[in-house]
Design a protein around this ligand. Structure first.
Ligand code: ADP
Ligand code: ZN
Length: 639
C-alpha cells in the first residue's frame, strides 16, 4: 500500500521482488531464505541509488537494509559504504558479525591505536573495504572528509547509512549535537545515496529528521511498529522491589533482561538487592567509570542470564537478541522512550515481556522534571503533550498495544497479548470520589491558605485524626471523613489519575497539591472519571511460584527459543551452546554473533546429517557453513 506520495507501509500487496543479486547475498552471506517485511523494497531502492528514510521497529531487521546494498554495490565496483553510528561500543560487535559472515568491514573510532587506525585507513583508500562504521564526530573531521573526497573522486563511495537517525532531532529522546553536522554528506556528496534508519520517531520527530538531513527527496519506508512477541504489562506500584522480584522469579528465572531505574542511586541499590536475593545483577549508569561499564556490558552480552540494572545510559545499539524481559521501575520520559527501551526485549522473535511498575510518585516526578527544566516554553509544551500520552497508556483499561501503535499513527485491533487484553481490568465510576478529592484540596486552600501533600489529603478524606490534622484543625472541614468508604490504595489511585489527567498539580518542594483550571468541570460533575479497580493485593513477604498467580504478572511464562524441544533435542541444544561458547571465546565475540539461539535450536531439532542439510537452516550462510559446518555435524552426531 502506498499511503501518500513517496510513502510505503508494510502490507504491500504487489511488493516488487528484490533483484536476484540482493536475494543471493541474503541467502549466501547471511543464510536467510527470505526478506522480511519491507526489507526487499528498501534494499531494491537503495541498491539502485535512491535515498531512503526507514522506520522499523527494533529487531525488524534494519541492518540488512544497508548491509545488503553495500555488498551488492561493492561487488559492482562502487566502493565502500560508510555507516554512521552513535555508539562506538557496538561497532565492534557489528563488524565482528560481518567478518564472521565473510564481509570485509571495519570501524574507526577513538578506541583504536594509531597503528590500527592507519591500517584501516589504508584498507579504506584501497577500496577493498565493503563497510566502514564511524562515529559522527569522527566522520566530520577534516582528515576523514579528505579521505572521503578522494574515494568520491574515484567513484568508490557507494553509500551512506545513518543509523539511529532520530539522534538528529531535538524532539527525539536522544539528541546528539554531532548528528546536526551530517547534513554535510548531502551537500558535499550529492550523488551518493543515503539511507537513514530509526526505530523510534513519532510524526514530529520524523518530519524533523527529514529537514535536518535534507531527505525531502527520499522515499520513506514505514514498517509496522508492532512487536507481537512482546507482552506489555503495566502494574500499579505497591512494593516495587518485591513486585520486581516476583516477576523475575516467576517468569524469568535464569534469563537475561534489563531493569530500568530513574536514578543512579536506585540502580546501585536495586542491583545490590537483587544480588542478595540470588539473582546475578550488574549496575550500569553514566557515573561508573568507562572500564566498569564496558565490563558489565560485555558480561551482559556474553553470558546467558545476567540482569542489567541500568539508567537509560544503557541500551542504545544493544542488539543482544535473547533479552527476555525489560522491566521499568520508574516511568520513562515518553512513549517513544518506552517503546525504544521495551523494544530491546525479544529481538529474536521469541516471546518476551515488557513490564512496568507505575505509581503516583512517577507522575509527580515526571511532571516536575518538565516544569523545572530550563527549556523554552514551546519545548515544554511538546514534552508535556508526550508525557500525557504516556500517562494515558499507563492508566489505560483497554489494549496497550492499540494505544502504543496508535501513538505512532498505526491502527490495530485488540492484541490478546497485553495485560489488559489477557485479564480485562475492572473499572469503577470514580466521578464522585474525584469530586470529593478535588473539593478537599479546594478546602485546604480556602481555609488554610496553603496546599498539602498526598498523605495528609488522604488522611483527611478517610477521617484519620493525626497530629497534623489537629494542628490545622482539619477535622472541622466539611470534607473530613467524606471518603471513609474507600481505602488508602483506592484514594491513591484516584489521585494518581487526577494528576495524570492534569486536574491536580503538585507544586513546590513538598509536592503540595493544587487544582488546575480543568478541575472545575470535574468538580461540577461534568467530566466522568472512570478508574481502574486496583487488582487484588499481591501476597507479601514469602514469594512462591504457586502463590504468585496474582494480579501483577502476565498469565503464562514466555518460553525461550528452545522451549519446545524434546529432551533429546534439549541435550543437543546444550551441547551446541557449549561448542558455541568455545568459539565465541576464541574469537572474542558474544556468542549470539556466532549463531543465534534460534539457529542452534533449529539444528538441535532438525538434526541435519550433512553440510547440505545444515545449509538449509536459517542463519547458516556460506562462510559459516564453511568455517563451522563440520564441527557442528560432529557435535550433533556425538549427542
Ligand atoms: P534492528 O537493527 O532493526 O533492530 P537487526 O538488523 O539487528 O534489527 O535484526 C534483528 C534480527 O533479525 C537479527 O538477528 C537479524 O540477523 C535477523 N534478521 C534480519 N533480517 C532477517 C531475515 N530476512 N530473515 C531472518 N532473520 C533476519
Ligand atoms: Zn492488548
Amino acid at each position: 500500500m502506498i499511503t501518500s506520495a513517496g510513502q510505503r507501509q508494510s502490507g504491500s500487496v504487489n511488493r516488487p521482488t528484490a533483484p536476484a543479486a540482493a536475494a543471493s547475498v541474503l541467502h549466501e552471506v547471511f543464510g536467510y531464505s527470505a526478506f522480511r517485511g519491507l526489507q526487499a523494497e528498501v534494499v531494491d531502492h537503495v541498491t539502485g541509488g535512491g535515498d531512503a528514510l526507514v522506520l522499523m521497529p527494533t529487531g525488524g531487521g534494519k541492518s540488512l537494509c544497508y548491509q545488503i546494498p553495500a555488498i551488492v554495490r561493492h561487488r559492482a565496483g562502487q566502493g565502500v559504504a560508510v555507516v554512521v553510528s552513535p555508539l562506538i561500543a557496538l561497532m565492534h560487535d557489528q563488524v565482528g558479525a560481518l567478518e564472521e559472515a565473510g564481509v570485509h568491514a571495519a570501524f574507526l573510532n577513538s578506541t583504536l591505536s594509531s597503528d590500527e587506525a592507519s591500517r584501516i585507513e589504508r584498507e579504506l583508500r584501497s577500496g577493498r573495504l565493503v563497510l566502514l562504521y564511524a562515529a559522527p564526530e569522527r566522520l566530520l573531521t577534516p582528515r576523514f572528509l579528505a579521505m572521503l573526497d578522494s574515494l568520491h573522486e574515484r567513484g568508490l563511495l557507494s553509500l551512506f547509512a545513518i543509523d539511529e537517525a532520530h539522534c538528529v532531532s531535538q524532539w527525539g529522546h536522544d539528541f546528539r549535537e554531532e548528528y546536526l553536522g551530517l547534513s554535510i554528506l548531502h551537500e558535499r556528496y550529492p550523488g551518493v545515496p543515503r539511507i537513514a534508519l530509526t526505530a523510534t520517531a513519532d510524526h514530529i520527530t520524523r518530519a524533523d529528521i527529514v529537514v535536518r538531513l535534507a531527505l525531502e527527496g527520499a522515499q520513506t519506508f514505514i514498517a509496522s511498529f508492532d512487536r507481537p512477541n512482546i507482552r506489555y504489562a503495566i502494574v500499579e506500584k505497591d512494593e516495587p522491589k518485591r513486585q520486581l522480584l516476583r516477576f523475575l522469579r516467576d517468569e524469568h528465572e535464569g534469563e537475561a533482561g534489563i531493569v530500568y531505574c530513574g536514578t543512579r542511586k536506585k540502580v546501585e541499590e536495586t542491583a545490590d538487592w537483587l544480588n542478595t536475593e540470588g539473582i546475578a545483577a550488574l549496575p550500569y549508569h553514566a557515573g561508573l567509570d568507562a572500564g566498569m561499564r564496558q565490563r558489565h556490558q560485555d558480561r551482559f552480552l556474553r553470558e546467558d542470564s545476567v540482569v542489567m540494572v541500568a539508567t537509560i545510559a544503557f541500551g542504545m545499539g544493544i542488539d543482544k537478541p535473547d533479552v527476555r524481559f525489560v522491566a521499568h521501575l520508574d516511568l520513562p520520559k515518553n512513549i517513544e522512550a518506552y517503546y525504544q527501551e521495551t523494544g530491546r526485549a525479544g529481538r529474536d522473535g521469541a516471546p518476551a515481556n515488557a513490564w512496568m511498575a507505575y505509581g503516583l510518585q512517577d507522575v509527580v516526578n515526571q511532571r516536575r522534571m518538565i516544569d523545572e527544566s530550563p527549556a523554552e516554553e514551546e519545548f515544554k509544551r511538546v514534552q508535556r503533550g508526550k508525557l500525557d500520552a504516556l500517562l494515558a497508556l499507563a492508566e489505560a483499561h483497554d489494549c496497550r498495544r492499540v494505544r502504543l501503535l496508535g501513538y505512532f499513527g498505526e491502527a490495530s485491533a485488540d492484541c490478546g497479548n497485553c495485560d489488559n487484553c489477557l485479564t480485562h481490568p475492572e473499572t469503577w465510576d470514580g466521578t464522585e470520589a474525584a469530586r470529593k478529592l478535588l473539593s478537599c484540596i479546594y478546602r485546604f486552600h480556602a481555609t488554610s491558605g496553603i496546599g498539602f501533600g498526598a498523605g495528609h489529603l488522604i488522611d483527611v478524606l478517610r477521617g484519620k485524626v493525626t497530629d497534623k490534622v489537629t494542628q490545622h484543625r482539619h477535622e472541622r472541614l466539611s470534607t473530613f471523613a467524606i471518603g471513609a468508604d474507600l481505602d488508602e490504595a483506592r484514594w491513591r489511585g484516584v489521585l494518581r489519575q487526577l494528576v495524570a489527567l492534569g486536574h491536580v498539580v503538585p507544586e513546590g518542594e513538598y509536592n503540595t497539591l493544587a487544582l488546575s483550571d480543568s478541575a472545575r468541570a470535574v468538580l461540577k460533575g461534568e467530566v466522568p472519571i472512570v478508574l481502574r479497580q486496583p487488582r487484588a493485593a499481591a501476597p507479601r513477604g514469602r514469594v512462591r511460584k504457586e502463590r504468585a498467580l496474582a494480579s501483577d504478572r502476565a498469565p503464562t511464562r514466555a518460553p525461550a527459543a528452545a522451549a519446545e524441544l524434546d529432551a533429546a533435542a534439549q541435550a543437543r541444544f546444550a551441547a551446541l551452546k557449549a561448542w558455541r561458547a568455545e568459539v565465541a571465546r576464541e574469537h572474542n565475540l558474544p556468542a549470539f554473533l556466532v549463531f543465534h539461539d534460534t539457529a542452534l535450536a533449529a539444528m538441535a531439532r532438525e538434526r541435519p546429517a550433512s553440510l547440505g542439510e545444515l545449509a538449509g537452516i536459517s542463519g547458516v550462510g556460506a562462510k559459516k557453513l564453511e568455517a563451522y559446518g563440520r564441527e557442528i555435524l560432529q557435535v550433533l552426531s556425538a549427542n
